[in-house]
Design a binder for this molecule. Structure first.
Ligand code: FAD
Ligand code: SF4
Length: 475
């Protein structure tokens, strides 16, 4: 038989079936279905195994992408899932919500001209299918190490650390103040991007590996951190970045102005059936909604507003589309769902007397700073008013140093980011040698895949610390 060296010519790049717009905006289901086994095999076969896997370099986790694409092509679902888990503790989640167009798929050799291999969609299809078939990470040969580690925060950083530690026979207790695991995976990112059943399945997988979750438990309130540090052999903290970036706009306290994350959390809790009186969800039916900001959070707010039957939804951002931090894919989905993007507008003031009626904005020009994104400068004399019944502020988040961490010799930068590594410390080790950290509390608001990377690498550093202590004890 002649080997087909160019399957990418026979099989064009194709994502799994996408729900059409009128149907998908009626609910919160994920908009893409799964590949059939044949489609998985065909799409995986598009990989040309180019020798220097740029895709792996484009992936922050350096996943063994061409190797698991080969297994996927052969239909070896469980083997592919096992290989994925060697580098990625949450492949089904990253496969759904990584901005692949800026990471692995952007780096794919086929991207220019033929369309990148659909790495993310294959990653999630394979993991979902492996779980459906009952595949679970294999821990039969793992001996208990006698060590215990506490993880504070059940977001992707904490979950990744728990996974790697549990695979090494380390007993892991994960604490979170919320009622469900996942951090922003559950309470920030809406279900049309990530179905919450996926996070629940992952919880079951981790529990099956021996990880114990202590939910509705806030460190610093319900559990004393100093006692925790004494009681465990090491601690990992991944408490995220939740300090709202304050645009200090005049009028931002008017009724009808809402902060993005409380809006998304209230919506999520309503869907989960766990909403409390504190979870206030504005009535958007027939309203004109303006979302200020251009990141992933604002994309999630505009698409959630569409699902609340707003009359019109617009996203206002001070730079242009090219320099927007939100994923290209999300901009497309938002446009498909009827969202209007208003670029190069700087919000100056929120207008209204007893409730919001509009936003005063001015046009901007972009000035090259020679250092990443251009600066947006207001063009004098270009002010205009955008009508609005509801304004959602989505300017981003920064980390806020917890007092209980500061009180236990853990240092933070003035920006609020935790100090890690350097000065002879292990990677991701804080200034308290028993404590490691990572994710958004170190990087600032970032990506799930990089929080996973930190959790994985911190767990490796904790294992290294245990190994060095064992060697010293013998010497
Ligand atoms: P988090 O996910 O924030 O988890 C921190 C956990 O710590 C939380 O569960 C919190 O309850 C817990 N915690 C905090 N303090 C305490 C305490 N004292 N005691 C106990 N528990 C505590 N990234 C992507 O890659 N793709 C996307 O599409 C995407 N969309 C996003 C949409 C929104 C709306 C937002 C806000 C972010 C989005 N991100 C996205 C970013 C991504 O969600 C974060 O980078 C990632 O979740 C950070 O992980 P983490 O584990 O560091 O923190
Ligand atoms: Fe791509 Fe994210 Fe998967 Fe890495 S983890 S291969 S960046 S989808």
């Amino acid at each position: 038989m002649i080997k087909d060296n160019f399957p990418f010519l026979r099989f064009p790049r194709e994502l799994p079936r996408e729900l059409n717009v009128p149907v998908r905006v009626l609910g919160y289901g994920e908009i893409h279905g799964a590949y059939t086994p044949e489609a998985t095999s065909e799409q995986a076969a598009r990989c040309i195994d180019c020798g220097n896997p740029y895709c792996s370099w484009g992936c922050p986790l350096h996943n063994h992408i061409p190797r698991w694409l080969e297994l996927a092509r052969e239909g070896r679902v469980e083997d592919a899932a096992a290989l994925m888990h060697e580098t990625n503790p949450l492949p089904e989640i990253c496969g759904r919500i990584c901005p692949q167009d800026r990471l692995c798929e952007q780096a794919c050799t086929l991207e220019t001209g033929f369309g990148a291999v659909t790495i993310g969609a294959i990653e999630r299809t394979i993991t979902d299918e492996a779980f459906k078939r009952g595949w679970r990470p294999k821990l039969d040969d793992v001996e208990p190490s006698g060590k215990r580690v506490a993880v504070v925060g059940a977001g992707p950083a904490g979950l990744a650390a728990a996974d790697v530690l549990a695979r090494s026979g380390i007993a892991v207790d994960v604490f979170d103040r919320y009622e469900e695991i996942g951090g922003l995976l559950t309470f920030g990112i809406p279900p049309f991007k990530l179905d919450k059943e996926i996070v629940r399945t992952r919880r079951g997988v981790l529990e099956g590996m021996g990880v114990k979750f202590h939910l509705n438990t806030e460190i610093g309130r319900d559990v004393d951190f100093a006692t925790m540090v004494k009681g465990y052999d090491a601690v990992f903290i991944g408490t995220g970045a939740y300090r709202f970036v304050d645009g200090k706009l005049p009028g931002q306290d008017l009724p009808g102005v809402h902060a993005a994350l409380p809006f998304l959390i209230a919506n999520m809790r309503k869907l989960l059936g766990t909403a409390t009186e504190a979870d206030v969800l504005p009535d958007l039916l027939g309203k004109s909604v303006v979302v200020l900001g251009g990141g992933d959070t604002s994309m999630d707010c505009v698409r959630t507003s569409v699902r609340h039957d707003a009359e019109s939804v617009s996203c206002v951002y001070r730079r242009d589309e090219e320099n927007m931090p939100g994923s290209r894919r999300e901009v497309k989905y938002s446009r498909d769902e009827g969202v209007e993007f208003i670029f190069q507008r700087q919000p100056l003031e929120i207008l209204g007397s007893d409730k919001v009626t509009g936003v005063r904005v001015a046009e901007t020009r972009l000035v090259d700073t020679g250092n990443g994104r251009p600066r947006a400068e207001v063009v004098p004399g270009t002010e205009q008013v955008l009508d609005a019944d509801v304004v959602i502020l989505a300017f981003g988040f920064t980390p806020e140093p917890p007092q209980w961490a500061i009180a236990n010799d853990i240092e933070f930068e003035n920006s609020g980011k935790i100090v890690l590594g350097g000065d002879g410390r292990l990677p991701l080790q804080t200034t308290n040698p028993k404590v490691f950290a990572g994710g958004d509390m170190w990087r600032g608001a970032d990506l799930v895949v990089r929080a996973v990377l930190d959790g994985r690498e911190a767990a490796k550093a904790i294992k290294q610390m245990f190994a060095s202590a064992a060697v010293e004890a013998v010497a």
